[in-house]
Ligand binder design. Structure first.
Ligand code: NAP
Length: 272
C-alpha cells in the first residue's frame, strides 16, 4: 500500500477511500470505478442501506466479489431501523446485498428518535455474532456523543467536513481525539462545488495538482481523518488515488486556511 494511512476500527487504512451515495443507477460504470479505486489503493468503501434503497450496496457487492479481504467495508443503518432488533435485521439485509458475511464498520447514519442505547445494544449483538468488526456513528455532534451509554465508544464519527465546512474543528474533533474516535470526512469535495474556488485553483496550479487533489489532501492533513470522496468517472478515481501521496506544505496549508477560515463553534452541518 502506498500513501498515508490512518487507524480506523483497529485497522490501518489508506486516508482516502470511496463513497457510494447516488450509485446504483449505472452499475457497469460504478462497479468499474470502485474496482479501479481498489486497484489504486482506495480500499475503504463507504455505503449505506439508504443509498438507492440498497442498490448501492449491491453495486459494492459486485465490485468486491472475489476480493473481499482487500477492502474495509463500511455501511450504515437508517435511524428508523435503529432499534436493537431493527439494527440486527438491517445489518443482515445489508450483508446479503453486499454478498459478504461481515462489515468492518457499521454506523448509525444519523440520530432520530430511537434511544442511542437501543442501537448500541444491536451493535453489540452484531459484534458478538461476528457480523460486524466495529461500530460507529454518523452526523453526531458533541452533545450527541455525550448521550451515548457509559463506556460505549464509537470507532468513528462520519461527518460533513471539507474546506467550506470546518465547523467540526472547534469542538467535535478535539472531543473525538480525546476518546480515540476516528473522523470519516464525507462530501470532502463538497460534491464538486468547491473545486472552482479561485484560491483553491491557484494553490493547486502552483503545486501541479488538481483542485480536488488539494481539497482531499487538506481534508486528511490531520492524523485521525479518513475522507470518502465518491467518483464514478475513472479519471476522478485516478486523481483521488494520487492524492494519497500528496502532502501539502506549511505555506499551502496557510494559504488555504486564509482562504477558507474556520467558523468557530457552530452546530454540526449536514448535507441533503
Ligand atoms: P463528494 O465526494 O464531495 O463529491 C462527489 C462529486 O464530486 C461527484 O459528482 C464526483 O463526480 C465529483 N468528483 C469526485 N472526485 C473528483 C475529482 N477528482 N475531480 C472532480 N470532481 C470529482 O460528495 P458525496 O458523494 O456527497 O460524499 C462522498 C461520500 O460520503 C458519499 O458518496 C457517501 O458515501 C458519504 N456521505 C455520507 C453522508 C452521511 O450522512 N454519512 C452524507 C453524504 C455523503 P463523478 O461521480 O462524476 O466522478
Amino acid at each position: 500500500m502506498s500513501g498515508r494511512t490512518v487507524r480506523l476500527a483497529g485497522s490501518d487504512v489508506p486516508v482516502i477511500g470511496q463513497g457510494t451515495w447516488r450509485m446504483g443507477t449505472d452499475r457497469t460504470a460504478e462497479v468499474a470505478a470502485l474496482r479501479a479505486g481498489i486497484d489504486l489503493g482506495l480500499t475503504v468503501i463507504d455505503t449505506a442501506e439508504l443509498y438507492a434503497d440498497g442498490a448501492a450496496e449491491e453495486v459494492v457487492g459486485e465490485a468486491v466479489r472475489g476480493r473481499r479481504d482487500e477492502v474495509f467495508l463500511v455501511s450504515k443503518v437508517l435511524p428508523r431501523h435503529a432499534t436493537t432488533d431493527g439494527t440486527v435485521a438491517a445489518c443482515r439485509a445489508s450483508l446479503d446485498r453486499l454478498g459478504t458475511d461481515r462489515l468492518d464498520l457499521y454506523l448509525l447514519h444519523w440520530r432520530r428518535g430511537i434511544p442511542l442505547a437501543e442501537t448500541v445494544a444491536g451493535f453489540e449483538e452484531l459484534l458478538e455474532e461476528g457480523s460486524i468488526r466495529a461500530w460507529g456513528v454518523s452526523n453526531l455532534d458533541v452533545h450527541d456523543l455525550d448521550d451515548l451509554p457509559d463506556g460505549a465508544v464509537p470507532a468513528a464519527d462520519q461527518v460533513l467536513y471539507n474546506l467550506t465546512r470546518r465547523g467540526p474543528e472547534a469542538n467535535l474533533f478535539p472531543r473525538c481525539a480525546r476518546t480515540g474516535v476516528t473522523i470519516m470526512a464525507y462530501s470532502p469535495v463538497e460534491k464538486g462545488r468547491l473545486l472552482d474556488h479561485p484560491d483553491l485553483v491557484r494553490v493547486a496550479a502552483e503545486r501541479g495538482a488538481t483542485p480536488a487533489q488539494v481539497a482531499l489532501a487538506w481534508s486528511v492533513r490531520r492524523d485521525d481523518v479518513v475522507a470518502v470522496p465518491k467518483a464514478v468517472r475513472i479519471a476522478h478515481v485516478e486523481e483521488n488515488a494520487a492524492a494519497l501521496r500528496l502532502e501539502l506544505t506549511a505555506e499551502e496549508l496557510a494559504a488555504l486556511d486564509h482562504a477558507f477560515p474556520a467558523p468557530g463553534v457552530v452546530p454540526l452541518e449536514t448535507l441533503s
